[in-house]
Write a protein that binds this ligand. Structure first.
Ligand code: ARG
Length: 409
């Protein structure tokens, strides 16, 4: 037979081509060893493989969240986090990974964890020991002494310093190498202060240009993309100029920085949902009063600037910062992005093809692994009962999630 190796046949009703926004009707996706080997008319599919019937459904590629922390418990913010260990966090991550996958997110980029707990989680999923999304992990976030990734909660006598702290071009290069040695697929650094960290200013830059350039060049030499946490304008611009691949948060971005991002091809990953959680449930979750105060200066402006950036046509990828808020609610941000200026197709593209392109993660034939339903890609997809191009919120609760050609149960 023509398709001797086919393991699964997935019959689809309306298959969305996320590059064009067009639907193909009644197609069958043929799966070999977890990847798509062909897409054919429904009646041409082999009859002897395992059949997954999505012929009544709208089918889109498995969603990608480019900014999560699967090992972070959203109920353990601030001083509560001090009693956590990487081991405990990895165990927490087991449930978080499952919830994320069931929500339709078949791939995540994990942007920071302690003690390489993210590497362990990624590998346990890959080995089939636990259920979860494909993970591309950053391991330790890299930052300056006292920066957003450092532990600034305790006085000097406790001598606490986060593992990702590095100062000066030589130290940041060495930290990138260390992260890669122990399993980092991607690199994350903080270019400005943050909301959740104690005693940092969201507007103040962290790292000078030489340090950023050294860090990014080192990562790129090793084939790793780099994500920069940046709220403040100067830090955003500096990271873009230094060649960063994506700006995370991007809260105070202005027209000039938007132009700069377009010129450099930099992606924006703006987490425009999480503010709702922080301001309504953050206090109960242990978030510091100073962080709640900072969030009030960030949340709304970030959404307005997101709208500006969408209008200007900057490249955008989907990232939520789940871990700061509840895992498994990753899809809620889609409707927020539509509310703040994207078309539903643009929101879906951010969470599929754009994210997959930014990840720059390819198979041996140079085909994109994730973010598209094309030959060579992993057979990861989400099925919904109504048209997501008119009802974006349907993606918050998929009818079925498929990973590697298998239904996620
Ligand atoms: N991890 C980020 C920080 O601490 C969360 C920012 C959330 N707020 C927002 N409006 N996106 O800075």
């Amino acid at each position: 037979a023509l398709w001797a190796q086919v393991d699964q046949v997935i019959q689809t009703g309306y298959l969305l081509d996320v590059r064009t926004g067009n639907y193909q009707k009644n197609k069958a996706i043929l799966v070999e060893a977890g990847r798509i080997s062909a897409i054919v008319d429904a009646d041409k599919a082999p009859k002897d493989a395992q059949l997954i019937d999505l012929s009544k459904h709208y089918v889109v590629p498995g969603l990608i969240d480019m900014h999560v922390h699967l090992t972070s418990d959203p109920q353990k913010h601030g001083y509560r986090a001090l009693v956590e260990t990487p081991t405990r966090e990895a165990i927490f991550g087991v449930g978080a990974a499952k919830a994320t996958l069931k929500a339709g997110f078949t791939t995540v980029r994990n942007l920071g964890a302690t003690g390489y707990a993210d590497v362990s989680l990624r590998d346990a999923i890959e080995d089939g020991e636990i259920q979860g999304p494909r993970m591309r992990v950053a391991t330790h976030t890299i930052c300056i002494t006292g920066g957003h990734c450092d532990n600034n909660l305790l006085p000097h006598i406790y001598n606490s310093r986060s593992a990702g702290v590095a100062n000066g071009p030589d130290e940041v290069r060495s930290k990138v190498r260390e992260n890669i040695k122990y399993g980092a697929d991607v690199i994350k650094f903080t270019a400005t202060g943050g909301v959740m960290s104690k005693n940092t200013d969201v507007n103040a830059s962290q790292y000078n240009f030489e340090e950023m350039k050294a860090l990014i060049d080192e990562a790129h030499d090793r084939g790793r993309i780099v994500a920069a946490h940046a709220h403040g304008l100067q830090g955003i611009k500096r990271a873009i100029a230094a060649g960063v691949d994506s700006i995370e948060h991007g809260s105070f971005i202005d027209d000039e920085a938007i132009k700069l991002a377009k010129k450099h091809g930099t992606y924006l990953v703006m987490d425009v949902y999480v503010s709702d959680f922080i301001l309504s449930e953050g206090e109960k979750a242990g978030i510091l009063p100073e962080s709640l105060a900072k969030e009030k200066t960030v949340g709304l402006l970030q959404r307005q600037n997101f709208q500006k950036a969408v209008k200007a046509g900057v490249k955008m990828a989907y990232g939520t910062d789940a871990g700061v808020y509840t895992h498994g609610l990753n899809g809620r941000q889609l409707a927020y992005m539509v509310q703040w200026g994207m078309t539903p197709l643009q929101a879906i593209q951010a969470a599929t093809v754009n994210a997959g392109t930014l990840l720059n993660w390819k198979n041996e034939q140079g085909q994109q692994n994730v973010g598209v339903l094309e030959v060579g890609a992993y057979a990861d997809m989400v099925a919904v009962p109504v048209d997501p191009l008119t009802h974006i919120e349907t993606l918050e609760q998929p009818a079925m999630v498929v990973k590697s050609g298998q239904p996620v149960l």
